[in-house]
Structures are given as C-alpha cells and as structure tokens.
Ligand binder design. Sequence first.
Ligand code: HEM
Length: 145
Amino acid sequence: MHIFGVIIWLGGLLFESAISVPIAQAEGEPADSLANKIHTRFVAFVWMSVWTIAVTGIIMMLLNPQFHWFTFQTQWQRLLGFKQLTFILMLFYAFGYARMLSYLNAPSSNDGTDENTTLVRQRLSQFRKINIALGITALLLAAGM
Ligand code: HEM
C-alpha cells in the first residue's frame, strides 16, 4: 500500500508534466481547460495517496525494531528522518498546488489572459516540478534504508 500510494502520486505528477500540460500548451483551448479539469480531479487522488503513504509509513516505522523515537544514530534512522522531512515539504507544495488550481477554476480567473493567471500557471508548473524532484529524492532515500 505504501508503494502504491507513491506510484499514484509520483506517477500522476509525471503524467501531468510530461503529457497533459505539453498537449494543453500546444493545443490551446479547449485542451487547456480540459487539462485543468484533469489536474483538479487528480488533486483528490493526491490526498488519498498522502494519507495512504503517511498511515502505512507510520505503521511500518512503529513495527520496525530499528526505530527509536527521535534518535538518528543509525543510517536507517537518518534516512527515514530525511524522507519524512521530504514528505512534509511535498505536502506543503501539494497544498499550494491545490490552492492555485482552485484559483484558476474560479469564475473570476476565467479569461486566462490576465497577468495574475499567467503567474499562477507558472507557479503551478514550478510546484509540480519541485514535487517530482522531492518524490524522486524520497524514493532514493527509501532505497537506501
Ligand atoms: C513521498 C514520500 C515517500 C516515499 C517516496 C516512500 C517510499 C518508500 C519505499 C519505496 C519503500 C520500500 C523500500 C524497500 O522496500 O526497500 C518505503 C519503505 C518505508 N517507508 Fe516510505 N516513503 C515515503 C514516505 C514515508 C513516510 C512519511 C514514512 C513515515 C512516516 C515512511 C516510512 C517508511 C518505512 C518505515 C518503510 C520500511 C523501511 C524498511 O522496512 O526498512 N515513508 N518507503
């Protein structure tokens, strides 16, 4: 379940960055608003993955004999600590991403031409790329555990 949550989250972000966004940018409207709908629907899956990763991660952590509360003496403990920090950072960007998407979906930003909307689209793309990089970092940390 833990890895399944990671596959959904990271896989979805990669799909958005490598497939739906480039197509929307190349095709313009109505592909653009369709991509927005796809990304908005994916937000619910992100939260589902977040809970799945957190709950299964905590259970595995508590059941693992290598885990001792707030000690980072062994490599496993340090890697887990860094992975949890990475996860929290990913949560921050996922939250910001969802807020910006709901701004873009708000009637007030429909024209999509104003400066603000363009800036929000750029920030969305930045936050998505940052979360992909953080996700890959967490995977590498997990591989080291
Ligand atoms: C996006 C963030 C995360 C990613 C990509 C991730 C990825 C992984 C992967 C791929 C494994 C399997 C490693 C293996 O079988 O060799 C794993 C195991 C594990 N993860 Fe995560 N994880 C994440 C977040 C978390 C969080 C937040 C926690 C704790 C609260 C956690 C705790 C654990 C534990 C305890 C294990 C088992 C390690 C072991 O058996 O030695 N993970 N994780």
